[in-house]
Design a protein around this ligand. Structure first.
Ligand code: HEM
Length: 403
């Protein structure tokens, strides 16, 4: 057995501090490559160039439905059976099942519903800023970036505010790789989350309200409705997909602004640039590092490589959005960048459903943050900041700021 260090170690401390140099080497030397995920104890293929990432995400040969995989593949990649009642959602489905699930939620999760949230989002942002203002310094993730999206999505779904804190812990467990192969915290989280959602959904069925959950219960498409497990999985997906992702958009976005004071000043004096600034934040250090997983059912030629049947493949969105073939001078953080066709929200049929909501939150939150805290700055040496582990999200563990 070889003991030499892997050529591209995306799980190393070096990659945790800054994965971009390794990703740049991968794009150059091996743009479609099989690596070994030590947390999972299994191989995973990475697609790192922009052009191929988009092709891969639009390629129907790569599927998501676990039921189509062999028992052996499922055992290798999916260890936690307790999640099976929570994972019958669109991100794990292929067309036509995916189309059906997505159109049922699209009926309830309309652009109008997102637009109607603007005043409420502004109120929540101001309330969070009121709570911070006299403190002088805070962890911006804890005090601002985490509470905002969880409050918005939970209110949208009609989940009582006293329960929001529990999601923080559950979602954190879900996105943290199991330490030493111990899946027990994940199993416990799945049981607790499921128990919570079962009770919540029973209450909503008995007493519908004006919220998205009630709309989902009622949503019918060609006489079709969501089954019990599908409904529970859908609410679970909306909660987890919209929480830490949006939090790290805010965290990574503020981090980028503080590291580029001239861009921060440009935005402060030209607030109308906020839409393109948020797109640049998504491109420069998007919160979703890699897509969720896909599998070829047969041996498949892709990007000059033969990918064996039933091996996991992901696209590195962080890498694709920093590919110089697509974005001139990708390491330059430029809030006026045009064009900026980043794929931080993915591509193809699974393109993020909540992108407009995440953007509205950032577009409202960041200008207010800069306006109300004009002295906003790092409270520690930015070189000491730690990025969280895990293959899916790219976000800071803490972001201590002073103002
Ligand atoms: C900045 C914040 C966000 C980012 C960067 C993000 C990113 C993504 C990405 C990359 C995908 C595709 C994954 C893949 O193809 O494997 C996705 C899918 C999805 N996202 Fe988001 N997301 C964000 C916020 C949200 C929000 C706020 C919601 C909802 C409240 C949401 C709901 C979803 C759903 C339901 C899907 C699955 C769509 C499908 O399978 O058709 N996301 N997101």
């Amino acid at each position: 057995m070889s003991t030499s260090a892997p050529r591209f170690d995306l799980w190393s401390e070096e990659a945790r501090i800054d994965p971009l140099p390794i990703l740049a080497r991968m794009r150059r030397e091996a743009p479609v490559i099989r690596l070994f995920n030590p947390h999972q104890g299994a191989p995973v293929w990475f697609v790192t160039r922009y052009k191929e990432a988009v092709e891969f995400l639009r390629d129907p040969r790569f599927i998501k439905d676990k039921d189509k995989l062999s028992a052996q593949t499922r055992r290798l990649y999916f260890r936690v059976n307790e999640l099976s009642h929570l994972d019958q959602h669109m991100i794990n489905a292929d067309p036509p099942a995916h189309t059906r699930l997505r159109s049922l939620v699209a009926k309830a999760f309309t652009p109008r519903r997102v637009d109607d949230l603007r005043p409420r989002i502004t109120t929540i942002v101001n309330r969070l800023l009121d709570g911070m203002q006299d403190k002088g310094s805070v962890d911006l993730l804890e005090a601002f970036a985490m509470p905002l999206p969880v409050t918005v999505i939970a209110e949208l779904l009609g989940i009582p505010s006293e329960d929001h804190g529990r999601f923080r812990e559950w979602v954190n467990i879900l996105f943290t790789p199991p330490v030493g192969g111990d899946f027990e915290p994940l199993r416990r989280m799945a049981r607790e989350f499921q128990g919570y959602l079962q009770e919540f959904l029973a209450r909503r069925r008995a007493h519908p309200r004006e919220d998205l959950t009630s709309a989902l219960i009622a949503a019918e498409e060609q006489g079709d409705q969501l089954s019990g497990a599908e409904l529970m999985s859908m609410v679970f997906l909306l909660l987890i997909a919209g929480y830490e992702t949006t939090a790290h958009l805010l965290g990574n976005g503020v981090w980028a602004l503080l590291r580029h004071p001239e861009q921060k000043e440009l935005l402060r004096t030209n607030p109308w640039l906020i839409d393109s600034a948020v797109d640049e934040m998504l491109r420069y250090r998007g919160p979703v590092k890699n897509t969720t997983t896909r599998f070829p059912l047969q041996e498949t030629e892709f990007g000059g490589q033969l990918i064996p049947a039933q091996e996991m493949v992901v696209a590195s969105l962080l890498s694709a959005d920093n590919d110089a073939e697509q974005f001139p001078e990708p390491e330059r953080f430029d809030i006026t960048r045009t064009p900026n066709r980043h794929i931080a929200f993915g591509a193809g049929v699974h393109f993020c459903l909540g992108g407009p909501l995440a953007k509205v939150e950032a577009v409202l939150a960041i200008p207010l943050l800069l306006e109300r805290l004009p002295q906003l700055r790092f409270a520690v040496d930015p070189a000491t900041l730690r990025w969280r582990t895990g293959i899916l999200l790219h976000g800071l563990e803490q972001l201590p700021v002073a103002f």
